[in-house]
Design a protein around this ligand. Structure first.
Ligand SMILES: Nc1ncnc2c1ncn2[C@@H]1O[C@H](COP(=O)(O)OP(=O)(O)OP(=O)(O)O)[C@@H](O)[C@H]1O
Ligand SMILES: [Mg+2]
Length: 393
């Protein structure tokens, strides 16, 4: 007998594994929810075995301005699934303009000079190098595809369409377990002019909106259309039709950059804790110091790249000098303030001889490899006194 039911089902729910990937991506990638959503859809489809056979698992075209997180999104997905952000095979299309450069990718035919010495960058071994028993996935990223030569386009079309690449010596490389990401800055100039039109008041109004994070739906639509139109204009329909997901990354506004600042500061902290050359210490910024970094690092055109440079210049370099000169030592707690006279960050030792567990409590380990961090803590020199001495002024 068949049990009758009339229960409404919820196709928007994702399974546990895809859910974990989504949580990880949301922690690491700020303000680009559509990109995250599209990756999750493809991953979920693959997990249940519903991907189209004979094609790559997914093919993505990421458009949008520089420093908006296109590459970071791919790395973050690799970090979550493969445990390593470096598990991404990156091909910079601008480097493969001439036929001898294509040989670097696919190797030269037998009989050609140097045939034996060339190890193709896109061989099956390279593709499978990060596979594990549980997860057979490859991440392949073609950067700046608008710069690809015709020869490279033809290779790319074959990979997108049939998931195969034929090497110089006729061996075949199977891309059916690959996620293929392609990035391009096409349309970025148009997007920026939508965000900042040269129209006196309007420019001020847009920037005010942007600073408040109010990129309204209309504006988002306009930005998306500018990206997709630029891509349609440049790329053939043959190519566009082979792409599963085209995503236009948004220019980042102040609220997003503020979150990215926090992420990046946590990352700097992790680097300090896992550095092989120095004993771990911790730092904390006052809110004025964070605001200063944000002001210094805000640039509509260069997105988070500008922010990262500001962190490097104002925080990482001075900290490195303090470490190299022994002013900062393992177990220290460094307070970073904003010095309004010099309009620069100022560094104070707030405590020293902190035990590892006390430092560990101050660090957010939810976004990077806790192993690295904990290993570093293991090398903390035993404190000279039982309790950390506070030097608070
Ligand atoms: N949306 C974001 N969320 C979190 N971090 C970001 C984001 N966008 C950029 N970043 C930070 O800025 C760095 C540079 O960004 P990314 O390399 O992803 O830029 P991109 O969009 O690929 O730019 P390009 O077009 O120049 O290649 C990243 O490594 C990351 O640290
Ligand atoms: Mg990039």
């Amino acid at each position: 007998m068949i049990a009758q039911a009339n229960k409404r089902l919820d196709p928007a729910q994702t399974g546990l594994e895809a859910g974990k990937l989504e949580t990880d991506l949301r922690k690491r990638v700020i303000g680009q929810d559509e990109a995250i959503q599209q990756i999750i859809e493809i991953y979920q489809t693959d997990l249940v075995g519903m991907s189209s056979p004979g094609r790559p698992i997914g093919t993505f075209l990421f458009l949008g301005p520089t420093g908006s997180g296109k590459t970071r999104t791919v790395e973050a997905a690799a970090e979550s699934l493969m445990g390593d952000a470096r598990a991404v095979i990156k091909i910079d299309c601008a480097e493969f303009q001439h036929s001898h450069e294509i040989a670097k990718l696919i190797g030269s035919p037998p009989g050609y000079l140097g045939h034996r010495e060339t190890h193709p960058l896109l061989s099956q071994e390279v593709l499978n190098q990060y596979h594990t028993e549980e997860l057979k996935l490859s991440f392949v990223l073609f950067d700046e595809i608008e710069k690809a030569s015709d020869a490279l386009w033809n290779l790319l079309l074959g990979i997108l369409d049939k998931a195969t690449l034929t090497l110089g010596d006729n061996r075949r490389v199977d891309f059916s377990r690959a996620l293929i990401f392609m990035t391009s800055n096409l349309g970025a100039a148009e997007m920026n002019s939508i965000m900042r039109p040269n129209l006196g008041f309007a420019a001020g109004e847009r920037e005010r909106q942007w600073a408040a994070g109010v990129t309204d739906d209309q504006l988002n639509d306009k930005i998306s259309r500018a990206g997709v139109e630029a891509a349609r204009h440049k790329f053939t329909p043959e190519f566009m039709n082979r792409i599963d997901k085209t995503v236009v990354f948004r220019p980042l506004g102040e609220p997003e950059l503020r979150k990215i600042l926090d992420l990046e500061l946590t990352m700097v902290q992790h680097r300090l804790l896992s550095s092989a050359n120095s004993a771990p210490f911790v730092f904390s910024l006052t809110s004025e110091a964070s605001d200063f970094l944000l002001r210094e690092g805000t640039d509509l055109k260069y997105g988070a790249r500008h922010l990262k440079r500001a962190i490097q210049r104002n925080l990482v370099h001075p900290l490195s000098n303090l470490m190299a000169t022994g002013q900062v030592r393992g177990g220290d707690l460094i307070r970073v303030e904003f010095d309004s006279t010099f309009r620069a960050l100022a560094f104070f030792k707030e405590a020293e001889d902190m035990p590892a567990y006390a430092m560990a409590r101050m660090v957010d380990t939810s976004i990077a490899s806790p192993q690295g961090v904990h290993a570093a803590f293991a090398s903390v020199p035993p404190p000279r006194t039982a309790n950390a001495r506070s030097t608070r002024r």
